[in-house]
Design a protein around this ligand. Structure first.
Ligand code: UDP
Ligand code: MG
Length: 320
């Protein structure tokens, strides 16, 4: 085995990225071609794109030997795309980055430096949110705060899915084969030493973001429920407090009725109590439902993605 040249697999999830793919490859290969002592290979994951993404990838792979692709049978989401990429990677190190050039390829050499310093992982962290809608930034900040309180994993503010990892860490990440994937949490959960590299947010040069506000909201809920049962505890706590309050209030009312007789007007208090409790019950069922849904999805044990096409040998699968 040749020990001097290490291999790096660069995983790039792509969903409808026809506008930017060629530019991406041009820009990033300018960087990766000049990295000495490491040989870089690209694994593009076409996440069921409806545009020309796949044919562009095929074209690129014909022109360049270091371009590999995996194509899904439909859109499975970025989390599944990242998992598939990791699953098919064989390199000593693995880089994950977006196709839209929002993750500057020029950071890759710095990331490699981090690995050489002895870190298991080197990841990028946005320091600014330039070019992002203020409401989105606000909700994002709120999410980090809530997540930190509810889970015992420490998500780093502004952490993005742009990182290099050692084979050992990649294998650990792959062992967490849960269906409801929240990679930011998974990367943190598996541990290992991570070095954070700050960078300024870059706006997308071409194409548009694939995230809708609703999509982000669901992502945030998944992020919390897949790493913590605190919401269930909150429901229990709420039930407990309300029961104590109800008990005291009942005794007070009972005594008042015995001493002063029946007090007929009570429309407002009754209505408020019903509405308040109704709301809390709905909310609690919703929280329970989130967890039951997770169990349901997990129990079905469906594959995380379905492969349709690839130019990796033997379907590329590393795990039997
Ligand atoms: N992506 C994907 N599948 C999806 C949505 C997005 O593979 O269902 C990819 C997309 O092609 C891009 C990356 O994930 O390479 C990040 O997507 P996007 O730029 O839309 O997200 P943002 O940068 O706005 O967070
Ligand atoms: Mg982007």
């Amino acid at each position: 085995m040749d020990t001097s040249i290490k291999t790096i697999d660069i995983i790039v999830p792509c969903y409808n990225e026809e506008d930017v793919l060629k530019l991406f490859y041009e820009e990033s290969s300018k960087v990766t071609d000049n990295i000495s002592d490491y040989s870089c290979r690209y694994i593009f994951v076409d996440d069921g794109s409806r545009d020309k993404t796949l044919s562009i990838l095929m074209e690129l792979s014909k022109e360049h030997e270091n371009v590999k692709y995996i194509s899904f049978s439909r859109n499975f989401g970025k989390e599944a795309a990242m998992y598939a990429g990791l699953d098919h990677s064989t390199g000593d190190y693995v880089v994950i980055m977006d196709a839209d050039l929002q993750h500057p390829p020029t950071m890759i050499p710095d990331m490699i430096k981090g690995i050489q310093e002895g870190y298991d992982c080197c990841a990028a962290r946005r320091t600014t949110r330039k070019g992002e809608a203020p409401v989105r930034s606000l909700f994002s900040r709120m999410f980090y705060r809530v997540n930190k309180k509810m889970t015992n994993i420490d998500l780093v503010q502004g952490a993005v899915d742009f990182r290099i990892m050692t084979r050992q860490m990649v294998d650990s990440v792959l062992e967490l084969s849960e269906r409801q994937r929240f990679s930011k949490g998974i990367f943190s959960w598996v541990g290992f030493k991570t070095k954070w590299l700050p960078y300024e947010n870059v706006e997308r040069p071409l194409g548009s973001t694939k995230w809708s506000f609703w999509g982000l909201f669901k992502y945030a809920i998944d992020g919390i429920t897949s790493f913590s049962i605190t919401p269930l505890r909150i429901v229990t706590g709420m039930g407990f407090l309300i029961s104590i309050f109800a008990f005291i209030y009942s005794i007070v009312t009972l005594i008042k009725t015995i001493i002063f007789g029946i007090d007929v007007p009570g429309y407002t208090t009754t209505l408020c109590a019903i509405l308040f409790l109704g709301g809390i019950i709905e909310l609690s069922i919703g929280v329970l439902g989130e967890y039951i849904a997770n169990i349901y999805m997990e129990v079905k044990n469906r594959p995380l993605y379905i492969l349709k096409d690839t130019n990796l040998p033997l379907g590329g699968r590393k795990h039997e």
